[in-house]
Design a binder for this molecule. Sequence first.
Ligand SMILES: [Zn+2]
Length: 545
Amino acid sequence: MLKVTNGEVYDPLNGVNGEKLDIWVEDGKIIAVGKGPSDRTPDEVIDASGAVVMPGGVDIHSHIAGSKVNIGRKMRPEDHRGDVVPKTEVTRSGVGYTVPSTFVTGYRYAALGYTTVMEAATPPLGARHTHDELNDTPIIDKGCFTLMGNNYFVLKFLERGEQDKVRAFVSWLLRATRAYAIKIVNPGGTDCWKWGKNVEDIDERIVDFDVTPRQILVALAKAHRDLGLPHSIHVHCNNLGVPGNYKTTLQTLEALGDMKVHITHAQFNSYGGTSWADFRSEAPKIAEYVNAHKNVTLDVGQVVFGEATTMTADGPWQYRLHQLTGNKWVGSDVEMETGAGVVPYTFRKRNLVNAIQWAIGLELMLLIEDPWRVFLTTDHPNAGPFIFYPHIIKLLMDKDFRDEVLASCPKKVRERTVLAEIKREYSLYEIAIITRAGTAKALGLKDKGHLGVGADADIAIYPKDSDPEKMFSCPRYVLKGGEVVVKDGKVVKSVEGKTFYVDPPHEDWIEDEIKEDFERYYTVSWANYPVQNAYLPRSEVVKCG
Ligand SMILES: [Zn+2]
């Protein structure tokens, strides 16, 4: 038994806001809070005096494993060269920066106090690869979202108006890929990319099927609802990265009515103007919608000035970014399922468009009133690597610091965003919500993101400091499943994390329904396709319904 004592506890899911409380841990779980068992003395006491105690961080959207992450690793030797991580007595070697190797990914997340991370986009055919790498990633718990918004079967059943088959297929695919949630990227648009095309409107018919992005979104949202999945549909909207795309984002939200939806990296979809010349923020309009509609959550995809590697299943957008920048590009087509692209990118403070993008992410976090529905991400490594989370926390908590950075951006940023006028500063309680409590709740992970009795003993202890960036960069201790894995910002023990997946209600007839098509169209055999028997040595099924 272990006791964390004398810390200032921030546990929003249990309404604890900076109170001094002792936390008792045994067998990887929290067994008591406040008053511990009177008849026993702890074997180990962790002194948290002068420190803030929070649940381990929960990242709702990051790219850490699978095919396109690997394309990123392969195409960016220059990214790794300057960030070689030697082995220590307890950790293995690797490389870091925007697309770190699996070991470094796990260590670096843990070293920031993050203990659960979701891989946001897995092509079904690549799921086995994703799981192999998730297994390989130390310390953190994880899960993956399966790409479905351009899937042949979803589109075929939808064209025939067979919603029951869409639902049954979604259930089958989640099981077959051992995944956690439905991911939708540029619905219909990535399918059109197979013909060099895209969609520009949610009511545009796609090339291969007589369906529209709106129909895809609604059908998958209904499937999500009917299957009782723990996390809502996770949507990367159409027209990502395009000036004026806030209208598409609002249309997407309106199309879904009051059904649950998570909009991911919303910064990239809150753009105004008609071209790059008059590019401006429309974050206030997105925030206004979100404030009025409780069915919506979003994560931000906050831009960090510096190096990034963009990687997304939005194949047509990546080609466009390659043309805009002249940077190297890899396109990856995944049979009948999805397609991806990878392009390195540098966000520059003196570039007006980049500086406006930076401001938009902050505006979203500061203008959306309910911290339970807006989450901190950099869409790692798309808008910047996750290692900059402490820096972003400082931007949210310190208006003077924010103004200082804003002052070093081009002057026009102040005309095209409202960031300068926003006075709000986040509290530690709110930071705990947007980085762990809120994300765990949105994901439906009941034992994560809080410090109540029964929760997983994933605990981050940060030394109090007037500089939030310093404080959140270097936790005094991080506990994962009750074991001390980080001390003074350094990994002192490497443990193995587990993978979460869902087990939705299943109808056997769908297997016969799709088998024939698999044999006809896929280049792999039916027998090789499902990863139902994938090697998942440590996993936990999260209940549906
Ligand atoms: Zn993403």
